[in-house]
Design a protein around this ligand. Structure first.
Ligand SMILES: [Fe+2]
Length: 330
């Protein structure tokens, strides 16, 4: 029990006790559970406030929630003290977060964008998805995934309306850690078009484009028709864009295709494959690049074997990438 926890001998003023009892009864709580004694001296320094805020979370029933709240308070207070935050800066932060929330709807997720551009998403990803040697590494989910992508057959085209992009065939296998094929794995795929925009960024339409769900065959193979991904800027018309501009950071992401690959008995992986020739690999604005996710997009300018095999006219690209899933935890 903390030293300030009320006991049967604790003295309260009559009015404070009455208010407390009424409030706890109205909330169905046990009286005197977390009440602060009014005889306790009030904190007068920044550190006193920090200590008192931490103490108020002592009685949190869930240990994990208590740990998270107390750590959050410790770090948040330390940050405010470290930079000696002015009242004007505090209000700017409140307005920034308010605008970030107002920017969110069913198509736009400015908070994920903020998390991504602050590197928080990648730290969370690394903590939560430590992979054994050989398993495909994960990376950020990003703000552009949408439910409802169509299920397509092997070789299905996710970019039928993109006439400017370079036709591209992405193929590979879904494998276990020991190299065996995984049949019937799901590959949920999405990417930006050849103008660097996702379907949800076009005004006036809800149509899905450059999205699809594929299944691996009995040998674990998959085949996807798309267009070559291009580098693109994350949306800069909101508070995150203003933050990047104010801090002299660029908004570019290297060319990539998003995947969520899942299979029965395996841990799903949320990841990208990156074009290994992209100029922004070293400075991805969301810090998501990993060496193991590099993929070579080979350009074909003649009617070669692959053109005949895939039924495409040059110029086109082929890219090959195998996904390796680790077993799910039991
Ligand atoms: Fe993306």
């Amino acid at each position: 029990m903390s030293p300030n926890h009320p006991t049967k001998n604790t003295k309260y003023t009559k009015s404070a006790k009455k208010i407390w009892l009424e409030w706890t009864r109205s909330h169905g709580m046990e009286a005197a559970h977390t009440m602060t004694t009014i005889t306790k001296p009030r904190g007068t320094t920044e550190d006193d406030i920090t200590a008192e805020v931490l103490r108020r979370f002592d009685a949190t029933a869930q240990p994990r929630l208590r740990d998270i709240m107390q750590s959050l308070v410790r770090h948040l207070h330390a940050f405010v003290k470290d930079v000696e935050l002015t009242e004007g800066e505090w209000m700017t932060a409140i307005q920034f977060l308010t605008k970030t929330g107002h920017m969110c709807d069913d198509k736009r997720q400015e908070f994920i964008l903020l998390s991504d551009t602050l590197g928080v998403s990648m730290v969370v990803d690394l903590i939560n998805h430590r992979k054994p040697e050989g398993a495909t590494e994960s990376t950020v989910f990003g703000p552009f995934h949408r439910d409802g992508a169509p299920e397509l057959p092997a070789g299905g085209n996710i970019a039928p309306r993109d006439k400017k992009g370079v036709p591209t065939i992405v193929s590979g296998r879904v494998l276990t850690l020991d190299g065996g094929p995984i049949a019937g794995a799901w590959l949920d795929v999405w990417q930006a078009d050849s103008s660097g925009l996702y379907d949800s960024q076009y005004a006036g339409t809800d149509e899905l484009h450059l999205r699809g769900r594929f299944r691996s065959d009995e040998d674990g193979r998959f085949l996807i028709r798309t267009v070559r991904p291009v580098y693109y800027a994350i949306p800069t018309d909101g508070p995150v864009g203003r933050m990047l501009s104010a801090t002299n950071r660029h908004p570019w992401r290297p060319a990539h295709i998003h995947f969520v690959v899942s299979a029965e008995g395996c841990e799903p992986v949320t990841t990208h494959i990156f074009d290994d020739a992209d100029p922004y690999l070293e400075s991805d604005t969301v810090f998501a690049v990993k060496n193991s996710l590099m993929c070579t997009f080979v350009r074909h300018d003649s009617r070669d074997e692959d053109a005949a095999r895939f039924g495409v006219e040059p110029p086109f690209c082929t890219a090959r990438f195998d996904f390796v899933l680790k077993p799910a935890l039991r």
